[in-house]
Design a protein around this ligand. Structure first.
Ligand code: NAI
Length: 308
């Protein structure tokens, strides 16, 4: 099965690497606008194949979308990342044009494609893909919750001083510093509510550290992160390609779910060979409902800048 990754930068190359390492698909095509860049990244990654033991074929192209024809999944990572001190929302001016163009090229050559949107501001870019691609809503998935939930689990395990595999938790709502909703009420350690182990103050600290997880890394790295984003994308792609039907929080077009419509924000979804196979409605506390609505309103305001 063919998987295309547009943008061979930090995040795109990391996506291609993790997808290849997991060896579940036959081909990955990397696309970039920078002359020779995707070809170079593909060659470098292919020279890992015998060392790391994968058979996935990775190729690169400078903007020739005919090479992406027949892709089952396409991941859009093209665009600029934020610099320290910037919000994801500040990227909209440049990234909207790039994402719109890339989407048109992908759909032209792969009309049955499932698109995973990564470029920021991600919830708004997913909405843009809905408004411009003509694809059914089941085939447009925004990647944010998978990464933010992994960051939440990292912070929970740190606070609990326990292995990460012992904790579970999800982050819903917006992929933004203020709009993320880590569900502390439902987070568990081996099935036991984390509130049994952590004080209310500590839980607020975990929540806050999770919400600024991306900004913390941007400050340290001088640009946004790439390992965990690439790994998060690979989990989504594998759930589609292998029809695993994993439940993963994704930014999807809502039609009344969680009290919202005509907006993409993060909710728990079953991801399988058809893309979003089901949106799962879980019960939220009154405070979580209020935070979800506030986050959705902020995303709607940013969507307004697209002019639809
Ligand atoms: P990067 O600058 O390393 O790579 C972006 C690549 O896109 C560059 O190689 C550039 O040449 C390419 N590009 C630009 N315009 C293009 C076009 N029209 N067609 C094809 N390629 C094009 O940036 P990085 O760090 O890889 O980040 C990419 C995007 O992903 C950013 O918008 C960033 O904010 C976002 N991001 C989203 C995350 C999420 O959880 N949704 C997590 C991390 C980053």
């Amino acid at each position: 099965m063919k998987v295309t990754v547009v943008g061979a930068g930090a995040v795109g190359a990391s996506c291609a690497e993790y997808i290849a390492l997991k060896n579940f698909t036959s081909e990955v095509v990397l696309v970039d606008i920078k002359e020779g860049f995707a070809e170079g990244k593909a060659m470098d990654l292919m020279q890992c194949a015998s060392l790391n033991g994968f058979d996935t074929k990775i190729t690169g192209t400078t903007g020739d979308y005919s090479k992406t024809a027949g892709s089952k999944v396409a991941v859009i990572t093209s665009g600029i990342p934020r610099k320290p001190g910037m919000t994801r929302e500040e990227l909209i001016g440049i990234n909207a044009g790039i994402v719109k163009d890339v989407t048109a090229n992908l759909v032209k050559h792969s009309p049955d494609v499932i698109i995973i949107v990564v470029s920021n501001p991600m919830d708004t870019m997913a909405y843009l893909v809905h408004k411009t691609s003509g694809l059914p809503k089941e085939r447009i998935i925004g990647m944010g919750g998978a990464l933010d939930s992994a960051r939440f689990k990292y912070r929970l395990a740190e606070a609990l001083d326990c292995p990460i595999s012992d904790v579970d938790g999800m982050v819903l709502a917006a992929h933004s510093d203020t709009g993320m909703l880590p569900l502390t009420s439902k987070a568990t350690r081996n099935g036991v509510a984390v509130s049994e182990f952590l004080s209310a103050e500590k839980l607020v600290e975990v929540e806050e550290a999770t919400k600024v997880g991306g900004a913390t890394l941007t400050k340290l790295l001088g640009t946004s992160a790439w390992y965990a984003p690439g790994a998060a994308v690979s989990v989504l792609v594998q759930s589609i390609v292998c029809d695993q039907k994993k439940m993963i929080p994704c930014s999807v077009m809502l039609d009344g779910e969680y009290g919202e419509s005509n907006i993409c924000v993060g909710v728990p979804c079953i991801i399988g060979k058809n893309g979003i196979e089901k949106i799962i409605n879980i019960s939220l506390t009154d405070s979580e409902k209020e935070k979800f609505a506030t986050a959705a309103k902020a995303v709607r305001d940013v969507n307004g800048d697209l002019g639809f």
